[in-house]
Design a protein. Structure first.
Length: 418
């Protein structure tokens, strides 16, 4: 990559496409003309048959770009031993893999994403600087590359055992010394870092995530497309008066169990709506089995569909009447921003950066985390009051278009690089 341009190496722990992976993809694709860009990631978070390493969704999207012939970059690499779970042997081997990759690429900027790779990557970068591995361009030989870290929600705020929370908190605090700048995707995360004394204030900056305009399908087209993508669900969708949608990987942090519990409360409270409301959850993940058991326990098989992965899910948002985000931990949710752009009435928990997107009773409704009773009440409030739900959707769309554009995110990140 010795062509006079600076080189950026994006490191991320997982290759399945969540918010952090989307963030990396957007930066890599939009900055590939100005910089040499390389992306490296580990194996998938959960082991589905045939899904190994570079067969993850992020790799697939990068392959498509490379295959267009538009530009020979971004280049991508897999780090087979880089996994999300703590594993001393795999973590050490992943550390060695990262060092080898840094020596090979000689980046001017290393941009870390997710807690695991932020810890391993920053220590690897420091190790390389001690052994004088020079960046590729525009820097003196022996001068260390810049290390940027984007926090997509602090991992020590996740529902983890106490020892893991403490481990990650102190690991983040220790490795912050090796980072030149820490980008927080929400002001909530920046304030958390200051409160927990993770890093000094001059290292922390808030840059909200951003989205390009989305080409949404019409309501009828979106519902028709869902009919064909979800097996045996046509009858349920066609006969549902209200569809409450959620797009999320099936992780514990997404709080989907509370949305299921809220559905049970709605079912018990309203016999009229019993057969006419549907909750449709798009996404896949390790919590599928537990969520299916919960649906069965409450006898909600006719009211809740776990749709699995659906391609281009954002364009199908008009199929929903209401969008729900029951997360217990968030950075700054892309799916909420997509629902805002679609003009949907939104109910979201007050987790992480959600209140920076949803202003209660103005651009949506906020509810407490882990509170299915309150979530059910908010859903019923929107179902029964179109005079409330319609203005919320209009205001949300306006805010999304004015404040959370992709160009704004790219420009602010470019300023950090330069």
């Amino acid at each position: 990559m010795n062509n006079g341009k600076k080189t950026i190496l994006y490191l991320i722990t997982q290759s399945e496409l969540g918010g952090a992976q989307r963030y990396v993809f957007d930066l890599a694709i939009n900055l590939k003309q100005e910089f040499n860009v390389a992306v490296a990631f580990g194996s998938p978070r959960f082991g589905e048959a045939g899904e190994q390493g570079e067969q993850g969704e992020l790799a697939d999207k990068l392959k498509q770009i490379v295959g267009t012939g538009q530009c020979p970059i971004p280049t991508y690499y897999t780090l087979p031993h880089l996994k999300r779970a703590i594993s001393p042997i795999n973590d050490f081997l992943a550390f060695i893999e990262i060092i080898k990759l840094i020596k090979k690429i000689k980046p001017d900027i290393i941009h870390l994403n997710s807690s695991k790779v932020s810890i391993l990557g920053s220590i690897a970068a420091k190790t390389c600087s001690l052994f004088r591995v020079p960046p590729a361009a525009h820097r003196a030989v022996g001068q260390a590359c810049s290390v940027i870290y984007t926090v997509h929600g602090w991992v020590f705020n996740e529902p983890l055992p106490k020892w893991q929370k403490l481990f990650y908190k102190y690991a983040e605090k220790f490795t912050a010394k090796f980072k030149d700048k820490i980008i927080c995707v929400s002001e909530h995360d920046r304030q958390t870092a200051l409160k927990e004394k993770i890093a000094p204030e001059n290292k922390l900056i808030t840059i909200h995530n951003g989205l390009p305009p989305i080409n949404f399908l019409s309501r009828d087209e979106a519902r028709q497309k869902l009919f064909f993508q979800i097996n045996n669900s046509k009858f349920k969708i066609q006969n549902s008066k209200f569809i409450i949608g959620s797009i999320a990987n099936l992780y514990k942090t997404k709080g989907l169990e509370y949305l299921i519990q809220a559905a049970n409360i709605i079912k018990e409270k309203s016999l009229i709506l019993n057969s006419k409301f549907l909750i449709l959850i798009i996404g896949e993940g390790p919590e599928r089995k537990n969520l299916k058991q919960l649906i069965k326990r409450y006898q909600l098989q006719n009211n809740i569909i776990l749709a699995g992965r659906v391609g281009n899910a954002a364009e199908l948002l008009p199929a929903f009447d209401i969008y729900a985000c029951p997360s217990v931990k968030e950075g700054l949710s892309y799916t909420i921003m997509e629902a805002m752009q679609a003009g949907l009435p939104i109910i979201a928990t007050n987790a992480g950066g959600n209140p920076e997107l949803i202003e209660d009773k103005k651009t949506g409704l906020l509810t407490e985390t882990k509170n299915p009773q309150m979530l059910a009440e908010k859903i019923m409030q929107l179902i029964n009051n179109s005079d409330l739900s319609q203005p919320l959707g209009v205001n949300a769309k306006q805010k999304a278009n004015n404040e959370f554009g992709l160009d704004k995110m790219i420009e602010k990140t470019r300023e950090v690089y330069l």
